[in-house]
Design a protein around this ligand. Structure first.
Ligand code: ZN
Length: 182
């Protein structure tokens, strides 16, 4: 699995990209709901890690059925419905945000070196991993102070920086266009 750094960066990017598409969310409360929703959907799939820590058995609790397209879609739709209920904003936009967040998480973990993800659960429990991985991944089993985490950071920081730079450029271009429109 990729580190939380990448998943959080994707969630923040989703927030930046979604923000102009929810112009009616002007109050602080609704902005916070959108921010937490975008970040939440990007990392929520890893909530199963909490069970793994509590049971001292990360391997058997984390990255199981939760990391499938089916489960991710269900969570994404659930978050979309919750966002709609809390803010009253368009259901379609919330569903898009929810699905983009959860499915991006599964895709990122699919692109990570490791045991892969149960992509097509419940049809099959088989694990699938990209033949061309993009992420080195975080090796929890090697402990908190493992030097392998430095490799993880060296791999993910440039990718995250490139993503945030692209999102920033897109948001800036959009803001300039809005100003020009008056
Ligand atoms: Zn994950």
């Amino acid at each position: 699995m990729a580190s939380p750094l990448t998943h959080i960066a994707v969630g923040y990017s989703l927030f930046r990209l979604a923000r102009p598409r929810f112009p009616e969310l002007t109050g602080a409360w609704k902005t916070v709901v959108l921010f937490c929703g975008a970040l939440g959907v990007a990392v929520f799939v890893d909530a199963d890690a909490v069970l793994g820590v509590l049971h001292h058995d990360l391997a058997n609790y984390h990255n199981q059925q939760s990391h499938s397209l089916c489960a991710a879609a269900v969570v994404g739709i659930g978050v979309g419905l919750l966002g709609r209920a809390l803010t009253g904003s368009g259901l379609g936009r919330w569903l898009t945000l929810g699905l983009a967040g959860t499915l991006s998480h599964v895709l990122i973990d699919f692109l990570t070196i490791g045991r892969g993800v149960q992509l097509f659960w419940p049809v099959t429990d088989a694990r699938f991993a990209s033949p061309l991985p993009l992420f080195y991944g975080l090796r929890w089993s090697e402990g908190v102070w493992s030097t392998s985490h430095l490799v993880t950071l060296a791999n993910e920081i440039p990718i995250v920086a490139a993503l945030l730079w692209q999102v920033h450029r897109k948001a800036t271009r959009r803001a300039v266009k809005e100003v020009a429109k008056g």
